[in-house]
Design a binder for this molecule. Structure first.
Ligand code: MN
Length: 244
């Protein structure tokens, strides 16, 4: 098996290294990841400049672009084979509810999925890396034991509580919860008196009932959400077809 690994926290992030170490037990792994932290990059492709790929070792590359750039380059120009699986992460911090739209971790997996390759985004809820090796071990077990029967390609979003492996309660299959809208930007002034704006934090959790990713994590379970890409609002489409 050949596994391509990327992330959005950068190629030196502990979460990526732990994930790569774990996957190396069952596969040939190659890392193609951003040069620096690109969290929040979503599915952005860099179109306004060429990108450099730097080789760190025989199977580790970093790119001065986004997570999506990394997977795109790996699949269309860098690798001379097609990976069997793409794993992204393990992100520092959860990616649940609408976070999944902004997440570079999810985006790297999505890019692989768009090329027809099964892909999994892994994130660790609660920052701090404390139990990152346990999260990586859980990721390995999931890849080893849970995917055989799945129709390919699939796109899975996995959030893992920041706990020791023995403290994880198991897997809950979930749908995405919802957040309130983000907090407002924080307005300030730079040293020259010009206005500057910091994007504010994500909104508080709004829909976190049973069955959601937020609920699973809250209860100490690993949340696994199958994702899809089609954003069509089929309900509204049907209504519009009757009146337009
Ligand atoms: Mn990140």
């Amino acid at each position: 098996m050949k596994i391509l690994i990327s992330n959005d926290d950068g190629y030196l992030a502990p979460g990526l290294l732990a994930l790569a170490d774990a996957m190396a037990q069952i596969a040939d792994v190659v890392i193609v990841a951003p040069e620096r932290n690109r969290s929040g990059a979503s599915n952005a492709l860099t179109l306004d400049k060429p990108l450099s790929v730097s080789k760190v070792s025989s199977n580790v590359y970093f790119v001065d672009g986004t997570p999506t750039d990394c997977v795109h380059i790996a699949l269309t120009g860098l690798l001379d084979y097609r990976p069997d699986l793409i794993v992204s992460g393990i992100n520092q911090g959860q990616n649940m509810g609408e976070d999944t739209l902004y997440s570079g971790t999810v985006a790297a997996a999505t890019e692989g999925y768009l090329f027809g390759i099964p892909a999994i985004a892994f994130s660790q809820a609660e920052k701090g890396w404390r139990h990152i090796d346990d999260a990586a071990r859980f990721a390995l077990n999931l890849v080893k034991h849970k995917l055989d029967h799945l129709e390919q390609p699939y796109l899975l979003n996995v959030n893992i509580p920041n706990r020791a492996l023995a403290e994880l309660k198991g897997i809950q299959l979930t749908h995405l919860g919802k957040r309130h809208q983000s907090e407002p930007v924080i307005k300030s002034t730079d040293p020259r008196g010009n206005p500057i704006y910091w994007i504010g934090p994500a909104g508080a959790v709004k829909e976190a009932g049973e069955g959601t990713d937020f609920y699973a994590i809250e209860q100490g379970y690993v949340s696994v959400t199958p994702l899809q890409i089609d954003l069509t609002n089929t309900e509204l489409l049907a209504k519009l077809k009757k009146v337009w």
